[in-house]
Write a protein that binds this ligand. Structure first.
Ligand SMILES: [Fe+2]
Length: 435
């Protein structure tokens, strides 16, 4: 089935390109930060983190290791959870003023994404902040050159940002999030220490875990790379290039991990095996979707976080309105896969099998239902919201949600079915509640 999915298409790409950072994984590996930074020639480092981690043990470990290796360290922590343009501009000014020769990021996706974007705007300033964002909101300006050496240290098990060339930033003026992506944004190294997840509240493990699950299933079910139009200059091929044999490999393992360990890791903080596996699964999913792209669940999450109102999520120290990224993604996912499976039913069946769904008697016509049923089952077991209604939305919001998300053009094109505005409205309607 895999080979058939990647059959050559007229005018389609005949090859795919993979790029990932050097990766170190294991408990206590944050202590390697100093030696690894030296290996990249760093002597003065901007350490990006957030206000909640700044005085904590992980930053202390990394800072101690860097200083022991003879490296000057200056900490920047003025980063909003769900990073925004103001965080990036503050970070860019910090880098521009500091004469740094390297960046180390310690935190979740917001921190790592801010570090990537701040380097870009510090090194290659533009007149309009949106210049580097893709159309229709930005000018799609190419990134002129390399960034500083970057050592990324994730402290949550979901985003996979340490392994991707993607930065997701909230644009305050437009009140919504957009992606900047380029191979130059990829960190040089990732230090992935699963001990960082030992003390995470269950609700954070759940929302980040569903982000990892959705990254994996979206890239496994994405449009094949052979169906994207061939780019004449191969050096300009984007890493968001559609499903390919590499993303399949990493996504399949990440789905198996999510199917086996998500509920355990959420419900039992002392289950180190489960939480370590989720950390590895998040990085695998990052290596997968970072080289394929996501599709509708991520595209449609942006409408949710754009239009959310008067809502918070327990365990997150963030004022209303706030819906964690992973929840904004997964809340529409069952309805999306019921819709999308028609475009690639074999792939959806395979993904459901990896997620350990009940496959008894399931045929191609059941592909969307088995995926949706398994995701709903996992959402129930981890007390996730039962659809958009639980997040404060109603049928009256559907048109606005769809109009907002329709701007995520490239992700929507990565869906295995042609998808228009009416389809997106229909999916949001089907995602209002599930049971
Ligand atoms: Fe995500």
């Amino acid at each position: 089935m895999g080979c058939q999915y990647f059959s050559p298409c007229e005018h389609g790409s005949g090859s795919f390109t993979i790029q990932i950072p050097k990766i170190t994984f294991g408990r206590d590996c944050l202590q390697e930060a100093g030696a690894r930074a030296v290996s990249h020639g760093m002597s003065r480092v901007a350490l990006f983190t957030d206000p909640f981690l700044k005085d904590g043990a992980y930053v202390e470990t990394v800072t101690g290791s860097l200083k022991a290796a003879g490296i000057d360290v200056a900490i920047f922590s003025e980063i909003r959870i769900e990073a925004d343009d103001a965080s990036v501009e503050r970070g860019a000014a910090f880098i521009a003023d500091g004469e740094f020769d390297g960046v180390v990021s310690v935190g979740g996706g917001s921190v790592i994404d801010t570090a990537k974007a701040a380097m870009l705007y510090a090194l290659y300033p533009v007149g309009d902040f949106l210049d580097y964002f893709a159309a229709p909101i930005g000018a799609g300006k190419p990134m002129p050159g390399p960034l500083l050496p970057h050592l990324a240290c994730p402290t949550t098990s979901g985003t996979g940002s340490e392994c991707t060339s993607i930065s997701v930033i909230r644009i305050t003026e437009l009140d919504t999030k957009f992606v900047i992506a380029s191979p130059v944004m990829l960190a040089n190294e990732a230090l992935i220490d699963p001990a960082c997840c030992d003390s995470l509240p269950g609700n954070i493990v759940a929302s980040t875990g569903f982000d990892l699950l959705s990254h994996a299933i979206e890239c496994y079910t994405a449009k094949a790379y052979t169906q994207w139009t061939k780019i004449e200059d191969p050096t300009k091929r984007p890493l968001i290039q559609g499903a390919n044999p590499w993303s399949d490999l990493a996504a399949t393992k990440a789905l198996e991990i999510a199917g086996e360990y998500l509920v355990r890791g959420v419900n039992d903080a002392s289950d180190h095996e489960a939480r370590d596996q989720l950390m590895w699964g998040a990085s695998l999913a990052g290596m997968a979707f970072g080289n394929s792209g996501t599709h509708l669940p991520h595209a449609m999450s942006y409408g949710v976080t754009h239009l959310m109102r008067d809502i918070t999520t327990s365990d997150y120290p963030v004022p209303s309105p706030f819906i964690p990224h992973g929840i904004s993604v997964i809340v529409s996912a069952p309805a999306i896969f019921r819709y999308a499976a028609e475009g690639a039913p074999e792939r959806h069946l395979e993904a459901a099998t990896s997620l350990k769904a009940d496959m008894k008697g399931a045929g191609l016509d059941d592909a969307g239902e088995v995926v949706a049923g398994r995701i709903i089952d996992l959402m129930k077991q981890t007390r996730m919201p039962n659809g958009l209604t639980d997040l404060g939305f109603s049928a009256d919001d559907v048109k606005s949600l769809a109009a907002s998300s329709a701007r995520q053009a490239r992700a929507i094109k990565n869906t295995p079915r042609e998808t228009n505005l009416q389809d997106i409205e229909n999916i949001y309607n089907a995602a209002l509640s599930y049971y």
